[in-house]
Design a protein around this ligand. Sequence first.
Ligand SMILES: Nc1nc2c(ncn2[C@@H]2O[C@H](COP(=O)(O)OP(=O)(O)OP(=O)(O)O)[C@@H](O)[C@H]2O)c(=O)[nH]1
Ligand SMILES: [Mg+2]
Length: 559
Amino acid sequence: MNNLDKLLEFRLERGKLITQQLLNKVVDFNEEQINLLLNRKGQVIDYQLGTLQTDLIEGVRRRRSKKRLSGLRILVFHKGKRRIKKELVLKYRLDNLTYFNLNRQYLEIIFPEIKQGRLTGIAKQQLGLKEADTFNYVDIVYKLEEELSHVETHQIKQSQERAILVGSKEESLKELKNLTTTAKVEVVTNLTIRDRVVDPAYYIGQGKVSQIKRTLINQQANVIIFDDELTPAQYSNLEEGLGVKVIDRTQLILDIFAQQAQTKEGQLQVELAQLKYLLPRLIGQGAKMSRLGGGIGTRGPGETKLEIDRRRIRKRIHRLKKDLKKIRKNRQLQRKNRRHPVISLVGYTNAGKSTVMNLLTKAEVEAKGRLFATLDSTLRQIKLPIGRQVIVSDTVGFIKKLPHDLIAAFKATLEEIKEANLLLHVVDSSHPNLKERMAVVHDELEDLGVLDKEIITVFNKADLVADNKLDLLQRDYPNSVVISALHGKGKERLLNKISSFIVQGMIKVKLKLSYDKANWLDRIYQEGRVLNRSYDNQGIKLEAQIPNRLAAKLKKYKI
Ligand SMILES: Nc1nc2c(ncn2[C@@H]2O[C@H](COP(=O)(O)OP(=O)(O)OP(=O)(O)O)[C@@H](O)[C@H]2O)c(=O)[nH]1
Ligand SMILES: [Mg+2]
């Protein structure tokens, strides 16, 4: 047995990058460079001396599934000179490529980087020997493989999509048009179906189907967007009958959500909602799983799409739920430690919530004038003129016919509302249908079980509305404020209204705290307002306006 062949007897503990024993052996050989090929079980499969060459891995049987990494990694021992072979990592989908510097005793680990289910580059990490001992690389491999299994449900090919909109109500169609433009898709025309001749198989009557067909050709459109939710059968019939991609309102909204989700949590939520929506639509379609192409931009049943089976989607859904749970738990913890009252901005999409948030906090929350510009709740702390700190949270906008599944998917954002002490219902007062929109928001709030909370109605965009209309609104809604967030008008009125609500929940107390209880002082300052304070040799005397809750805790210090 060649002396070096002894290396093949090595088996590292699963997940370990390197062990002292292996290192000792390698040092014994005193070679310039030794490259080892290992499997995920930790067995050394092959070795090579000198510069790292492809043939170390070339002949080895690898996993074929593109949805996993190869299960192989390369460990290189070198004495300072090395050239990182990034292409090896990508070509062979290595779990990682690790360089150990024998002179300086540290590791460089090269992991593949995966985005949207594809290997896109590499990520580097350095570790000392000690850290390496507790480092489990397999954890990372699993994370990466998770990413590899990402199901692509969304891909917009901007400027290529030309859509025909189909719906039965004028007003709703207008909104659908807005949504479509927000999704960066061109609307070529819309068709209203009035006295609908219903053919359950097609959702619309046969006559309409032929009309759409003609319009498709005349207008060179390639997508049809329906204002209502379609059943799986209607989808597949319509797609077959019309020969173009068919999308419904829910999918369109999901598409927009997918484009606009910013945070990890938001992205996970959207993906979950998309998959949940798609899953039942795959069932019963047999081989025609083209729906997986999902939203806009995907044309026809691409062969690769067919490979994606339901089992994988279910697995992904499971994983997403787990990840979201983790994130939410974290959030809850943060929330528990929160001492300040929370004020949530709610309202119809595009009402100006984020602009109000900006006005109140001077923060740069995205206020874009697109629908659903805000998908993740954003929190900011502000100090009211009465000296009290509060947290303001911006949330995702409501919309008519927002599918319930979606509401559920956005639970985390909406949970913020459940925790709120006060809701600011922001209304675009310039909108002709503002009352209907207010009702939509109320319905959703009712569903969330938060209607018992104090609500201040904020009539925004006052600059666009005649004074007499504003007067009427204020008469109808006594607990309201008129503002123009964009122009900074009415900020004081709004702050005063919020302050008076906050003060309602507070009482004035006189306290005496001995110096060893002075730590309460912090809390009193944070949550309340100190009106008077004096010191003597026994302690601190205070007069303060504090929340009832806190007052109860401080009962024994009352004077
Ligand atoms: N004229 C006028 N426009 C306003 C006012 N407040 C907001 N806007 C505009 O209304 C549009 C929507 O504002 P946002 O603050 O993004 O609305 P939002 O409610 O946060 O919308 P989503 O996050 O999509 O639900 C933007 O173009 C704002 O500039 C206002 O007081 N007057
Ligand atoms: Mg917003």
